[in-house]
Design a protein around this ligand. Sequence first.
Ligand code: UD1
Ligand code: CA
Length: 456
Amino acid sequence: MTDRFAIILAAGKGTRMKSPRPKVLHEVGGRSMLAWSVALARDLGCRQIIIVVGPDMPALSEAAARLVGAGNVVIQHEQLGTANAVAAAREALSGAEGHAIVLYADTPLVPPEAGLRAFGALEAGAGVCVLGFRAQLPNRYGRLVTTGEGALEAIVEANDASQEQLAIELANSGVMAAPVRLMFDMLGEVKNDNAKGEYYLTDLVALARRRGLPAAVAHCEESDVLGVNSQAELAVVEGLFQARMREAVMADGVSLVAPHTVFFSYDTRLAPGVTVEPNVVFGPGVTVAGGAVIRAFSHLQGARVGEQAEVGPYARLRPGAVIGRQAHIGNFVEVKNVEVGAGAKANHLSYLGDGQIGAGANIGAGTIFCNYDGFFKYRTVIGEGAFIGSNSALVAPVSVGAGAYVGSGSVIVSDVPADALGLARGRQANKEGWARTFRTARAQAKAAGAKPDGAV
Ligand code: UD1
Ligand code: CA
């Protein structure tokens, strides 16, 4: 296979987002739009990925460097148009031989198959291939001018189009692929004598045709190539992503009781036979095994849920929560960085942070792992089959041995041996008749108009 390269354009200021965050660092499905473009380039097998950023965008440059390495982040100093932006990658790709694809970092939903079709056209001999689609309202898009036989001749930007050309429904997505050396060669010929006075990448089509090279269109859906310019458009794209994920997980055999109320991340993995009740949010990094039930109003992130486990309603699983087979995590229970053994139960009102819970252990209502001293975090280790009475505080680092009991309301500060009872609370004392005597004395005082010392 010919080597593949990607150039991701991310130099736009994104002023219409009205956000202090660079536009392409806004997230869709729990990952930045920029990271989506990089993931697409990787899926397409690109061996080098260049990200073009604007000057004075330190947060963006750092994020880009983390994704592709600082050497692959290049700066477009002035926003002179898409051709000028691609040209900024010239030096970084000076040794590159093969095929390159240009992606926009604000267009996160491009399916890999569409990019593969574009590269396929190059393999078949095209000098350039653009990803085109039938636009509902072609308005601002560049129009793909084709011959009677459907061969691509040129792209005309809306501002420069004749009435006749404006009637064309086939629109340019912005994704374009070309042989690397040919692309940079042709970029040198692009002029800015157009309505916007910009250097248009789209001119490469006419330039390739002038050299007698075939230009191809790879087709895709409009929803695959929606760009984000405003918060409202970001929400539309997020909605499209969620709709796709819901369809995909249901097609894989997951039951969603109310699909439109369940929210996924780009990497959510649910096995066939999982049931998800209404109003559940999956943040990044969640895997759920077959037969597990995620009950209503639960929020999961960075967590693994084992086979036939039950989570929620109203549970919160945070990063590092590993819920064992057939374990139960119930309402208002928060689990962070704890491995919960098979069949263990924590059904009500608990914070379980940093530690380990053995198989079959029972964690009573209101149990708290006190894991933080204001500076460091510590682990709580609970053995298999242990029983933690309700409203207990386990002050870590601490362990409760296998089969041990902790009396309700205890504050456990030292280890409880296996099969022992750990009890750490005031001993109960009953005073016979005390309440009756007290009531009588108070009633008499009140009737006599006398107040006890200190009463107001
Ligand atoms: C571009 C296409 C148009 C296509 C449309 C699809 C051109 C000339 N036109 O138009 O045919 O239908 O996309 O959305 O290519 N950018 C830079 N540096 C620049 C200019 C742009 O990095 O100097 C980046 C922007 O941040 C953006 C992308 O390139 O991500 C597209 O630029 P934009 O100005 O939005 O192009 P359009 O006018 O939408
Ligand atoms: Ca645009």
